[in-house]
Design a protein around this ligand. Sequence first.
Ligand SMILES: Nc1nc2c(c(=O)[nH]1)N[C@H]1C(S)=C(S)[C@@H](COP(=O)(O)OP(=O)(O)OC[C@H]3O[C@@H](n4cnc5c(=O)[nH]c(N)nc54)[C@H](O)[C@@H]3O)O[C@H]1N2
Ligand SMILES: Nc1nc2c(c(=O)[nH]1)N[C@H]1C(S)=C(S)[C@@H](COP(=O)(O)OP(=O)(O)OC[C@H]3O[C@@H](n4cnc5c(=O)[nH]c(N)nc54)[C@H](O)[C@@H]3O)O[C@H]1N2
Ligand code: SF4
Ligand SMILES: [Mo]
Length: 747
Amino acid sequence: MPRETHPSICRFCHANCGILVEVEDGRPVRVTGDPENPAYFGFTCAKGRRLPDQHAHPDRLLHSQKRGEDGRFTPIASEAAMDEIAARIGEIVKRHGPRAVALYPGTYSGPHPASIPAGVGFMLALGSKMVFTSAAIDQPGKHVANAIHGRWLGGSHVFDESDVWMLVGNNPLISMSGGIPPSNPSRRLRRAKARGLSLIVIDPRKTEVARFADLFLQPRAGEDPAILAAMLHVVIREGLYDSAFLLENVAGFEALSNAVADCTPAWAAARAGLDPFEIVAAARLFARGPRGCAVAGTGPNMAPHGNLTEYLLLCLNTLCGRWRRAGERVPNPGALLPPALGKAQASGPRPGWGKGESLRSRPLGNSAAGLPTAALSDEILYEGDERIRVLVCLGSNPVAAWPDQRKAIAAMKKLELLVCLDPKLGATSGLAHYVIAPKLSLEVPGLSVSSEGVEQTYVAHGYPEPYAQYTKAIVAPPPGADVIEEWEFFHGLCRRMGLPLTCYPLRAEAGVLRGRREAFALDMQKKPSTDEDLAALMNGSRVPLDEIKRHPHGAIFDAEQAARPGTPFAPKPEHAVVAPADPGNTDRLDVANADMLRELAGIRRAPLPPVLEGAPHATPPVFQLISRRLPNVYNSSGRDLEALQKGRTWNPAFLHPDDLAMLGLADGDRIEIASSHDSILGIAEAAPELRRGIVSMAHCYGDGPENDDKLRELGSSTGRLIDNLRDFDPYTGIPRMSAIDVTIRKA
Ligand SMILES: Nc1nc2c(c(=O)[nH]1)N[C@H]1C(S)=C(S)[C@@H](COP(=O)(O)OP(=O)(O)OC[C@H]3O[C@@H](n4cnc5c(=O)[nH]c(N)nc54)[C@H](O)[C@@H]3O)O[C@H]1N2
Ligand SMILES: Nc1nc2c(c(=O)[nH]1)N[C@H]1C(S)=C(S)[C@@H](COP(=O)(O)OP(=O)(O)OC[C@H]3O[C@@H](n4cnc5c(=O)[nH]c(N)nc54)[C@H](O)[C@@H]3O)O[C@H]1N2
Ligand code: SF4
Ligand SMILES: [Mo]
């Protein structure tokens, strides 16, 4: 059979790059970037190019699995698995109520837009609110800060039009996440630099993106709140703020000014191990703008005070007036999202925490980031009757990803029913009662909506233009396989349990104001096709899905195109520009949330940390373990793709060469890394781009203590070093997952 080439969407990660897939004998054989894609311009990374290996991997599950009494897995037909799981959930709910059932959607619920709505729809039909997502152990501070600061309904400035951009602990050139649009960020960054963008990066590691920085601050980890408070101090002291904007739209300026009055650059610099002038320079450069935005990533969100860091960043953006005004163009009027109805006004603050369901095992409730996933192990291990007994993992891997790995393993083992929708028998699915084998991305239709929709959650995220792509399924699953889509699993459970399945659209938090989507019920008698499900999910989109389907390489559905005769979506003026505020609107953005200012005051009063210049001082020296991403893995996925790892299947413990020398270590040495909670083995590797006193390691490696001897094969679990009961955020429950004190010695 001849080779055919199809344009499609890469869904190895959330970035949704436009790709070309070559198919031979019904199998994907080669993936390259699609040069005809108008937003990604042919970009792919090594992971995307290995999609064929992922689909054909010998360890891929082609049949669902059931674990027997002896712990061994045997294949089970997916229909039979759903029969048994539905019956089991029914029994447990009858005995203990629906609250005994929890859902944990993780990384691989993202690539398939129908998954989460169906999973959450199932939970609501069952009557359980126990939905925990990976967002609560990712950047929960973003959700909390957006809520308590309030939302600007006209949207933020976007990267492609900005004069200054500040990245605090994120590395979008590798992660495709955070501030620089996911569509070919390195091309966008180069073009922005060429037209004069000033870039500020704050990170203990001189990252790939930091190499492009005009101003790079390399602080100790965990000092972002102090640095940002000092930047606010400078902006206020030097009058660099947008007073007209503040007068009209902001509450709490005076209280904020008082709160940062003694957060001087000298104080913050002493905490962070910087030169005070670096902080002054960053504040001045950022405030000069006139257009731009400051965003943070996972690093500072995983270090303590993540809510405060995100809150101070919003305050900085607000003081500098970095929001779209009446009459300004809306850069992304929407494609798969409903049309923009941008308005130049605030929507006042809402509570960031303390609503709805709370845990039984710990005094933690629901926050704007959802239920506290970092405490889900406790809720399963809890001895009370109201514990969680059933967990459904939707494209997620608690043993790899949750803080305190040993506790996560104990929790997985205690569950009465653990079901994983996962193509692999891995760290968590290997402990499951049932593993449902899913179709992989090239076997299902897809949409670029997660990359577009992230605008609804985070400021300065998403696409800077109305780009969208649809892909049909490119190949059928391998012959003989019995694999299903995640949403079909939940539909199957609901059908068996006599429950309706209603899908609810995403709630907007941060982006421009947009039109609504309607909830809809799936037909329970006749299962819809995935295309029908996707069409229903995209109700209210600015560009009809059928129109998007007419552009297989993806398209930017801009005004020019919309103006063509016969085009079914209109360049209506109300979608193209930010409307003036409603007369009489009194909502204000809040820059003086009392809880946040109290938290800042606590930091201001705290003693200076001991580790400062050069080498760590204590004996034995105390290092800060920080989080990071590696280019050739996506959380716990990709480690088994040989062509991607090229022999390095572990996660090195990166250290500054001078620190290696000080510890008497060489590249490749086995080391023991100990926190106050636990210890792991690691393999040292020199990284001159790190600040001294830092050890930088990727997460989601190391598959549990019984595999500790396979250090070079599996790497090691940084999650095991984390104590989920220590230094945790009182609202979201996220514990200290970066900036963790550790000691290091040769193993
Ligand atoms: N110490 C530490 N811990 C961390 C982090 C950190 O930086 N440091 N980062 C945190 C962050 S940001 C996140 S988001 C979480 C991630 O937390 P999780 O989402 O729980 O972890 P993943 O490893 O991404 O789990 C993805 C699972 O999906 C499976 N999978 C792969 N492809 C498919 C597919 O097509 N369909 C389905 N159904 N499943 C598939 C994989 O085999 C894997 O088991 O981890 C968090 N944990
Ligand atoms: N290739 C690849 N891409 C991914 C992933 C992956 O595993 N691999 N994971 C995906 C996921 S789940 C997510 S959430 C996103 C995350 O996307 P990003 O947030 O961009 O994640 P990182 O690249 O880890 O960048 C975090 C940075 O924070 C720095 N850092 C650590 N601690 C601190 C601190 O206390 N203060 C400051 N200022 N900096 C600190 C680290 O040195 C690191 O450079 O990436 C996604 N993309
Ligand atoms: S960046 Fe993500 S979406 Fe793009 S090719 Fe790589 S894995 Fe695929
Ligand atoms: Mo994440």
